[in-house]
Design a protein around this ligand. Structure first.
Ligand code: ADP
Ligand code: MG
Length: 548
């Protein structure tokens, strides 16, 4: 590697890599990471088993989960991880595609650089292509109505395919669509707003995923604090409390100098009085039910039971927040200021067998997806899949556009980009063509992961699109080219636009760097051209690189 310029003074451990070396170093590092997730793409993608430093195991197919768990500490590779994170935040799905495309863009860029094309030309071409491709997404997209449950179900099923949720995807996709429809409201301007704050997922083990259900209101996985409390109420006054019903700390800490049994009794009496007062405030407010985020003293539990009040302690913060939405009640943080206005009306039903409370508000705000899985690992991966599907359906409802999946949209965009490239002058044209090739990575990898002949299929796909069949994509099960929209393989347009934009941005970010000045040692890089993962920071995951 080239040494630093004499003008620059650096510390002993510092290293400097410039120009082509810097680019190659960076591209290899980024590609290594990008390529490590490819094998999980699509319905036939494989899962990865991730073991963290404490021995915790995650089995997943989810791009962003894999990259985050890999604990990458190479700065360039981290840019690729950020692509996945942005994609997850913005669209909730398409993380593997976004990362894989970023990696392929870099691979194709590398070839252009080797032909002595300047990085600025590549970057400019990539920008032009990214913008044009996104415009074309909008051209190709079909509008979808929020009431169109069948299409939304297809969107949910496509997003769940290949994930833990797959086995019961019909039931689960139906639940997801009903859940989203349950929290969608039409705004004054006719647009549809999905309020995911009103949707909660509660996971339980010990039952098959197919038994999952959608419930109106909240599900609280808690027991009453006392056996003698009533558990079922119709139109109860419910209090949400974030204040302990316990003796106040300061009093407990004060050293008590007990010199006589009398004094001890007096002290205990005082404690009792304090607890009694707290319970009386609750009684006086008219509350029938208390969900408390903090603790409840034994004696207070006893008083509350005697008053016929149902009390639950150590309610999860997130559950209390959700109850707030469901009931439309404030969370009271100080018992001293409690008044009847702080209570909301709700119906409480107890499921003794499952140890759950069902809580419904008067105006039926909020829904809970009660998700079952046989074991912890199963239900965790299921939840990730369902969360993605929820995001994707929510995006589809608010965005209102879908695209043909199974690689169809990518082949269509590639074909349109190649036409467009003819109008682009200079070396940028080559970069636009490279961008088109990069998008076709998706159908190629879908085919490869399904053990199909990627080259033949890509030829067939291109031919179908040249003939005007915009929706021609891959049926990874039969190995045939089919109309994927008709087959119900549909994706959300917003996620695709986001994936294209962030892949292009990340690739350009990496390409723009021509000088790496590092305070530490760069020698852990080890990235080679064939997609080997950079050794730095990948811990025990080294073997996952270059899965292609
Ligand atoms: P990502 O993280 O990018 O969402 P996935 O593993 O979910 O990765 O794979 C998504 C890709 O799989 C998309 O290109 C989608 O169109 C494709 N896909 C999903 N279901 C099918 C199917 N039944 N047939 C063909 N392709 C499918
Ligand atoms: Mg997906």
């Amino acid at each position: 590697m080239q040494q630093g310029q004499p003008m620059i003074i650096m510390g002993d451990d510092a290293q400097r890599v410039k120009d082509r070396d810097a680019q190659e170093y960076n591209i290899s590092a980024a590609r290594g990471v990008a390529e490590s997730v490819r094998s999980t793409l699509g319905p036939k993608g494989m899962d990865k088993m991730l073991v963290d430093s404490t021995g915790g195991v995650t089995i997943t197919n989810d791009g962003v989960t894999i990259l985050q768990t890999m604990d990458i500490d190479n700065p360039t590779a981290e840019m690729i991880v950020e692509v996945a994170e942005t994609q997850e935040d913005e669209a909730g799905d398409g993380t593997t595609s976004a990362v894989a495309i970023a990696g392929e863009l870099l691979k194709n860029a590398q070839e252009l650089l080797e032909q002595d094309i300047h990085p600025t030309a590549v970057i400019k071409g990539f920008n032009l292509a990214s913008e044009y491709a996104r415009e074309q997404v909008d051209e190709v997209a079909t509008t979808v109505d929020p009431d169109d449950a069948a299409t939304l179900k297809s969107v949910a099923e496509t997003s769940m395919t290949g994930k833990g949720a797959e086995l019961d995807k019909e039931t689960l996709a139906d639940l997801v669509v009903r859940a989203i429809q349950g929290v969608t409201v039409e705004a004054d301007d006719g647009s549809h707003v999905v309020d995911l704050q009103n949707l909660n997922i509660e996971t339980r083990t010990g039952r098959a995923a197919g038994e999952s259900e959608l419930l109106s209101g909240a599900v609280i996985d808690k027991d009453p604090v006392h056996d003698d409390m009533p558990t079922d109420f119709e139109s109860a006054n419910v209090l949400l409390l974030n204040d302990p019903i316990e003796v106040e700390e300061a009093d407990v800490d004060t050293a008590v100098n007990v010199e006589s049994p009398d004094q001890l009794q007096k002290f205990l009496d005082q404690e009792e009085k304090q607890l009694r007062e707290k319970v009386d405030r609750i009684v006086d407010s008219g509350a029938d039910v208390v969900f408390c985020q903090k603790g409840i003293d034994d004696l207070a539990q006893h008083y509350l039971a005697k008053e016929g009040i149902l009390a639950v302690r150590r309610t999860k913060k997130s559950d209390l927040g959700f109850l707030k939405n469901v009931l439309g009640a404030p969370i009271v943080s100080d018992l001293d200021s409690l008044s009847a206005d702080d209570l909301a009306t709700g119906t409480i039903t107890r499921d003794e067998e499952e140890g759950l409370f069902y809580v419904e508000g008067e105006d039926a705000h909020g829904v809970t997806l009660l998700l079952y899985g046989t074991t912890d690992h199963v239900v965790d991966e299921l939840e990730r899949g369902i969360e993605d599907a929820i995001d994707v359906v929510a995006t589809t409802v608010s965005d209102g556009r879908t695209l043909p999946g199974g690689g169809a949209i990518e082949v269509e965009l590639a074909s349109r980009l190649r036409d467009y490239a003819d109008s682009v002058s200079g070396r940028e044209q080559l970069a636009v063509e490279a961008f088109a090739d990069s998008l076709e990575l998706i159908p190629r990898v879908l085919a490869e992961n399904a053990g199909l002949d990627a080259i033949d299929l890509l030829v067939d796909l291109r031919a179908a699109h040249e003939a005007g069949d915009t929706d021609a994509g891959l049926n990874v099960f039969s190995g045939e080219v089919e109309n994927t929209t008709e087959a119900g393989v549909v994706e959300t347009a917003h996620a695709k636009e986001q994936a294209i934009a962030s892949a292009a941005e990340a690739a350009n970010l990496v390409l723009k760097i021509d000088d790496i000045i590092s305070a530490g040692d760069l020698s852990t890089s080890g990235g080679d051209d064939e997609g080997g993962a950079p050794a730095g920071g990948m811990g025990g995951m080294g073997g996952m690189g270059g899965a292609m």
